[in-house]
Design a protein around this ligand. Structure first.
Ligand code: G
Ligand code: G
Ligand code: MN
Length: 288
């Protein structure tokens, strides 16, 4: 079973075992703010090993319900109109975390934006305090959107994206290739970055030719639109090597780092040059 499907079914099992009333109470609780943590995963330029930025990912550990994955609680919060509060908590924490890491203040920060937030001007209000901080300017923020987000209200989404693009925010199409409207979105929206879904990436080393052909096609399309490409879910050296040989611009995945708390980033950063050298060295062996 592809890992995405495996993860989805695990999420469904967690969801089935959760009592939705308890989940709703937990989401409305005042302790939610303390329970939600933001983890960060580096995004790496594949040719040079340069750190381009970090994707912020929410983690929720509830004292009684345990770990609840974002692909369970985000859609649930959207259904119950609690997503605004969660996005607010995310932005507050990202802002606070900026003081935690001491290196390369210029790297980009990628934030996942849920469908519901894209249809309202509240998003602009939420972003204001984040980008009025001297450490974070509009140009540093990439808003990752999924196809479902743009589908639910295409005209509103387009207007909001245009407005924010004019203010310097950049947009990434997340999970590219898994929805019904990838190309329509590219045509209609101002997209700066395409994130190839990990289901395409993870089968790259042991699948038929198909995924390679698809990734090549996505790279050409992105190039034509002037968007950069980030491959998600790189786990093995073989995959990394393939993507580099295809001139894929950037990637993220467990081979570089798992999502980590802000307090761990400086330590990871310290050892990164050595880790990259080792990966590059293995590459030269593999080529020979
Ligand atoms: O980190 P993980 O693989 O468990 O994330 C699962 C899904 O949850 C991903 O699709 C990711 O985009 C989404 N997700 C993680 N953090 C956030 C967040 O802060 N906001 C939104 N809207 N989605 C998030
Ligand atoms: O949908 P979105 O792209 O936002 O999801 C990103 C999620 O993918 C992160 O939450 C992270 O937990 C997960 N992820 C990141 N790198 C890897 C990887 O190498 N393998 C797998 N299986 N998941 C990953
Ligand atoms: Mn994402």
């Amino acid at each position: 079973m592809p890992s995405r499907a495996k993860k989805k079914s695990l999420s469904i099992i967690i969801y089935m075992s959760l009592d939705t009333r308890s989940l709703l109470v937990a989401l409305r609780s005042s302790s939610l703010r303390d329970e939600l943590k933001v983890h960060y995963q580096p995004i790496i330029r594949l040719r040079t090993g340069t750190i381009i930025g970090y994707e912020a990912l929410l983690r929720w550990h509830h004292p009684k319900l345990g770990m609840i994955p974002p692909d369970i609680f985000i859609p649930f919060a959207e259904q119950h109109e609690l997503i605004f509060e969660i996005t607010q908590i995310l932005f507050d924490k990202v802002l606070r975390d900026q003081s935690c890491w001491n290196h390369e203040k210029n790297t980009l920060i990628s934030l996942n934006i849920s469908a519901a937030s894209l249809t309202s001007n509240d998003l602009i209000e939420l972003l204001k305090p984040l980008v009025s901080d001297p450490e974070i300017s509009n140009k540093k923020v990439i808003l990752e959107i999924t196809e479902t987000a743009t589908l639910s209200n295409p005209e509103n989404a387009k207007a909001l994206i245009n407005k924010l693009s004019n203010e310097g925010f950049r947009f990434a199409l997340d999970d590219f290739g898994t929805g019904y409207s990838s190309l329509t979105n590219l045509r209609n929206l101002r997209i700066d970055e395409i994130k190839i879904d990990k289901s395409f990436i993870q089968d790259l080393d042991h699948q038929t030719h198909t995924d390679k052909v698809l990734i090549d096609a996505i790279l050409s399309i992105a190039h034509a639109f002037g968007a950069i490409v980030v491959a998600e879910g790189i786990e093995t050296e073989e995959t990394l090597l393939q993507l580099k040989s295809m001139n894929c611009y950037a990637g993220q995945g467990y081979i570089f780092a798992k999502p980590m708390p802000a307090s761990a980033i400086d330590d990871w950063y310290e050892q990164w040059p050595a880790q990259w050298r080792q990966l590059a060295h293995q590459k030269s062996h593999a080529v020979i």
